[in-house]
Design a protein around this ligand. Structure first.
Ligand code: ADP
Length: 352
């Protein structure tokens, strides 16, 4: 456990006022003594995944600090820090390391500005894609309303066209909702306002949310071996990710099949697996399905009300939580999706 402000102000020669100044900064800060000993870290540093047992665990950051110790010059640089022990999620930190001659210590200021720039770029591309996706249901609504008008004297046709209009309107609503979900995700950092979430509860809540859909297709969703572990993060986002996996498992499976949710623990990671007996995904497509708006079979996705955004949301949630999502699938046999997240607390045992 790294030492906090209160303990240090008593145990070091350094004036408490100095620590106070560091705590008041907008940025996160570290005070590093020779030998890369951490004398002080602001509260926010805990969520940045750069300290382990009071040592800096990023070789890039250590190298930067060593340069400053050698040269006694302030150094400005960028370092990439994994968001968690697994997955590809990275945080790019802007680092300013300042040598304080009087103390022979180094103050390291850390900020996540580069993340804001990246979000801006992602959003720009996203808006271009959205415009294209919105045009399809809007175009369909416009054509269908013309059809209703020209068939005004034929009640059967009016019913047929109006029913399709309802479907297209629902698609449009779902699409807009998913776009809102995704843009919220891109704005937030769930590890900054991290809550403790029981994995078993997250799974049960997600299953509840898909109950109507699963029952209408005669698909039973079963759970086995839900371990007693806590993950850090935004519970709503994690439930949304699990719900997306469950909805897909149901949508891409024939009626009266089974969907199961299980989980395993190893090396501090909990793996939540959603398995189905559905149509499967050809191997060549398995990487692409996580891209926004990518569908293996656009006609089928449209039929089931898919927006093409579900799995990109899952991938985003996983990576923001320092985790990852994996898929195993075989056409006409079924698919398994695993959401892997770092465990915060493991209370041992397992509950069903
Ligand atoms: P959609 O809204 O189209 O379901 P997703 O991003 O959730 O969008 O999924 C992308 C594509 O991946 C889907 O269109 C489908 O082709 C494929 N897919 C996702 N989950 C499954 C699954 N469980 N079984 C078979 N195919 C799936």
């Amino acid at each position: 456990m790294w030492r906090r402000h209160e303990e240090l102000s008593e145990s070091t020669e350094i004036s408490p006022a100095f620590f106070n100044v560091l705590s008041q900064l907008d940025q996160d800060a570290l005070l590093v003594a020779p030998g890369e000993v951490i004398l002080f870290a602001t509260e926010g540093v805990e969520t940045l995944n750069i300290l382990k047992e009071n040592r800096i665990n990023s070789p890039e950051l250590v190298a930067l600090i060593r340069v400053v110790r050698r040269t006694h010059q302030t150094h400005l640089g960028k370092v990439e820090i994994p968001r968690g022990p697994i997955g590809e999620g990275l945080r790019e930190l802007t680092v300013r390391a300042i040598y304080i001659a009087e103390l022979d210590n180094i103050v390291v200021l850390l900020s996540d500005e580069s993340e804001a720039e990246r979000v801006h770029e992602v959003r720009r591309d996203f808006v271009a894609n959205i415009s294209h996706e919105l045009k399809t249901p809007i175009g369909a609504l416009s054509l269908l309303s013309e059809a209703v008008l020209s068939a005004a004297d034929e009640p059967d046709s009016v019913i047929k066209f109006a029913t399709r209009m309802q479907l297209e309107a629902k698609r449009l609503t779902d699409l807009v909702q998913e776009i809102i979900n995704l843009s919220r995700l891109q704005d937030s950092d769930p590890l900054m306002v991290a809550n403790e979430n029981s994995v078993a509860e997250l799974i049960n809540e997600a299953i509840d949310l898909v109950k109507t859909t699963s029952e209408s297709k005669g698909i039973s969703v079963t759970t086995t071996e839900l371990p007693d572990v806590i993950v850090l993060g935004d519970g709503e986002q994690l439930i949304m990710a699990l719900t997306n996996l469950l909805e897909n498992a149901i949508n891409y499976s024939p009626e009266n099949t089974k969907v199961s949710v299980s989980s395993t623990i190893s090396d501090g990671i909990v793996e939540i697996i959603v398995a189905d007996q559905g149509i499967g995904i050809p191997e060549g497509e398995q990487d692409r399905i996580f891209e926004r708006f990518y569908r293996v079979d656009p006609a089928r996705s449209r039929e089931t009300g898919g927006t093409g955004l579900g799995l990109s949301i899952v991938k985003h949630v996983a990576s923001k939580h320092g985790g990852e999502v994996k898929v195993w699938s075989s056409p006409n046999v079924g698919s398994s999706f695993a959401l892997r997240l770092p465990i915060f607390i493991s209370t041992g045992g397992s509950s069903e």
